[in-house]
Design a protein. Sequence first.
Length: 176
Amino acid sequence: MQNIEYDGHIIPYTLYKSKIKNMYIYIKEGKVLVKVPSRVNENKVQDFLNKKSEWIYKNLEKSKEKIRKEKEERIEQKDIERLQKIVEENIYKYSKILGKSPKKVRIRDLKYAWGSCSSNKNISINLKLALKDERAIEYVVLHEMCHLIHMNHSKSFWDLVEKNMPKYKEYKKLLA
């Protein structure tokens, strides 16, 4: 392990020599990895890293911040159980109110949305809701349940959401 310096910060890095033509810098999981051609001398490597030190420092900080956020956002079993209970209670509640029930309800790690309702009437709820306020979870469940009646975001859809949850806009903000 070697070091470079940027603005008073010592940045450790791991150097790999390989049968390649160019020098590369990778920031991975909060670590700096440098890959250089086998024949390149240490001074050239040091000059290259010194020129790129600001870029290395900024991207290393971004990587470390991402790791910190991921640790903060870890979902524990008790959170998942709480989410399942809230989802089940609200699916039951809104099934009675709307007169419609989904075929299946799944809690999954969705990358693209808080929830979804398929044309097959299957509802998926995002696992990350386990870290959100109960009212936000209820809003997502109602939103997806309303898609059992309106498979779009038409005025009729939003009127149905608002009829069953007059403060839905307030609860939707809790998802941010």
